[in-house]
Design a protein around this ligand. Structure first.
Ligand code: HEC
Length: 151
């Protein structure tokens, strides 16, 4: 019977070359395809939204601020890939609830933070409704994603 090999095989050690093997004219399109679209942006936004929430609940305000900032960056990069969503993102999220949750974090105000989480998640859902994904209604997180110690 053939033994299953756990040692790194030669195949595993080869440099990935799928991209360089493509004709140069096909590479840019392949990179665009691999970068994907707004669905991967949103998976990151949802992750950071969840962790920002637990940061605020724990009083770990620096962690919450980090996650809020990175959530903004993820969205900005996603909008570079999918500018069709820029108008809704700015009107329904970036200029309102996103700024306001940042203020609550800067103030380290737990009561205000909880209030503004409600406004924030309503804004997430409003954008989904505006962009034909009304079935994605954002709730208050119930499960932690990262093993972070409370301060
Ligand atoms: C531009 C408006 C807009 C805003 C603001 C927005 N979303 Fe989205 N979201 C979308 C769109 C559009 C999709 C569907 C993307 C697709 O499938 O290509 C989506 C999809 C999702 C998904 C499903 C991702 C998947 O795996 O396919 C989740 C989860 C999500 N959003 C969470 C959030 C959360 C949490 C917030 C707020 C913190 C938020 N979104 C804010 C537009 C938005």
């Amino acid at each position: 019977m053939a033994q299953h090999q756990h040692a790194p095989s030669m195949e595993g050690m080869q440099k990935p070359d799928w991209l360089v093997k493509l004709a140069p004219a096909a590479r840019t399109e392949a990179i665009q395809r691999q970068l994907r679209g707004f669905e991967t942006t949103m998976a990151e936004v949802a992750y950071r939204y969840t962790e920002m929430y637990w940061g605020g609940i724990d009083g770990n305000w620096e962690y919450a601020a980090h996650m809020q900032g990175e959530m903004g960056k993820a969205l900005a990069l996603g909008l570079e890939r999918r500018p069709v969503y820029r108008k809704s993102a700015e009107q329904l999220f970036l200029k309102g609830a996103f700024v306001q949750i940042g203020e609550a974090i800067q103030k380290k105000d737990a009561a205000l933070f909880k209030e503004r989480i409600e406004t924030l998640r309503a804004s997430c859902s409003a954008c989904h409704a505006a962009e034909k994904h009304a079935f994605i209604k954002i709730a208050v997180p119930t499960v932690r994603r990262n093993p972070i110690e409370k301060p």
